[in-house]
Design a protein around this ligand. Structure first.
Ligand SMILES: C[S@@+](CC[C@H](N)C(=O)[O-])C[C@H]1O[C@@H](n2cnc3c(N)ncnc32)[C@H](O)[C@@H]1O
Length: 397
């Protein structure tokens, strides 16, 4: 499947035995500027390419319907005839070698609770039985041209990146238990495609926006300020949903509530307020002392919330993109079983397990602040400034 007209042009160019320079020259000679061609990189709609429309079709030697179908679009007026011919079409598309190789794989590192595999995630996922995992958490490279270890290309075309993602997503869906949860962390741009894909196979629970601290303004567009954490379940509803609670957000100077909770103070649960789908309290791991490697690393707090929300002790958590091992470490500390793959250097993860007490301390601190409405220091500040505390309404609980 192609997800941009540009990718399709490149594919056709290669098929015709031409070079990209020849393709650029063709469009230049037709009066199309390079900028206009570049616009096709993120575009998969004939509707928005205006005057280039006919030139693109001529170059591709395709009809508009053929082009739309190459982009995975069945125009509405063709839906009936498409459906009427569905069995002929699927026969034409049939291929023989959709293989899954469920053979034993050799692990790189194990604990009593989990196993890490130093290999490509798709190869690894194919080795896992259907319907076996309670939670899949995936934080893949975002295709932002970042440098990773050998074997990772983070500068793919739109179509290459999405087709790769859909391959591992398909495997994840297959191995997820009915009632199991799947969470995918990415930037909103890619998450819109994932969401469309997942809506057809799993049940949508939430698009959680994880506030991106310290984002930089970008000229000519809204500055990106959140990561998308897609949360889906297999089947109608999750087997496990432990409602996460957080402290009430207060002003750090006076201790007063930031949001107005109206007259409901006396009904506030002393264990905290329900978490919404905007997570503003997750901070990036940036500091050298806390970071385990030079690349991206998610915070223990984020994984603690996801794993605690979607699984119980003894459940199996799988992460296909190990990175520094945050998912595995938090799973281990929360008494979950865990499994996963990492194509790059796995020793960072092994070392992290050797020093697991460091993460245990971080997690203990997080848990100290969990399941309460106010921390001790906030309570003191509120008392001093005359704000209410849940103790004031003790009899109501
Ligand atoms: C964004 S990082 C994950 C960070 C991780 N969540 C953490 O908290 O440390 C993505 C990781 O996926 C790994 N990776 C990329 N392509 C892979 C593949 N095909 N199979 C397995 N791992 C892959 C990269 O080496 C990188 O470490």
């Amino acid at each position: 499947m192609f997800y941009s007209i540009y990718d399709l042009l490149i594919y056709k160019t290669k098929e015709m035995g031409k070079t990209q320079d020849e393709m650029s020259r063709y469009f230049r000679d037709c009066g199309i500027r390079k900028q206009e061609i570049m616009f096709l990189k993120d575009n998969c709609s004939m509707a928005s390419i205006g005057s280039m429309r006919q030139l693109v079709l001529d170059y591709l030697q395709m009809t508009e319907l053929e082009l739309n179908m190459a982009l995975g679009i069945i125009p509405r007026e063709y839906q009936k005839s498409y459906f009427d011919h569905i069995s002929e079409i699927s026969k034409l598309l049939e291929i023989e070698n959709i293989e899954t190789h469920k053979k034993e794989q050799k692990s790189y590192f194990t604990t009593n609770n989990g196993a890490l595999f130093n290999k490509d995630c798709i190869e690894y996922l194919k080795s896992i039985e259907d319907d076996t995992v309670n939670l899949i958490f995936a934080d893949p490279p975002f295709n932002l041209n970042k440098v990773y270890d050998e074997g990772v290309n983070d500068d793919l075309s739109t179509s290459e990146y999405l087709n790769w993602c859909f391959k591992w997503i398909d495997q994840c869906i297959r191995i997820l238990k009915p009632g199991g949860s799947m969470c995918i962390y990415n930037i909103p741009k890619w998450s819109t495609y994932f969401s469309e894909y997942l809506n057809k196979q799993l049940t949508f629970r939430s698009w959680i926006s994880v506030d991106m601290k310290y984002s930089l303004p970008i000229a000519g567009r809204l500055s990106p300020s959140h990561y998308a954490l897609l949360y889906y379940v297999k089947g109608e509803k999750p087997t496990v949903f432990n409602n996460p609670r957080i402290q009430l957000q207060t002003c750090r100077h006076c201790g007063g509530e930031i949001k107005d909770y109206g007259g409901y103070k006396n009904k506030m649960n002393p264990l905290g307020v329900n978490v919404s789908d905007v997570w503003y309290d997750i901070f990036p791991v940036r500091h050298k002392n806390t970071k385990n490697r030079q690349y991206n690393e998610l915070s223990v707090k984020l994984l603690d919330r996801i794993i605690s929300m979607t699984t119980n002790e003894g459940d199996l958590v799988l992460d296909p993109f190990g990175g520094s091992g945050t998912t595995y470490i938090v799973s281990e500390l929360l008494n979950r079983k865990w499994a996963g793959s990492e194509i790059g250097n796995c020793d960072i993860i092994v070392d992290r397990f050797k020093n697991i007490d460091k993460d245990r301390k971080i997690l203990d601190n997080i848990h100290e602040d969990k399941d309460i409405l106010f921390s001790e220091s906030v309570k003191k500040l509120r008392r001093k400034n005359g704000f209410w505390l849940s103790e004031d309404f003790q009899n109501n609980f």
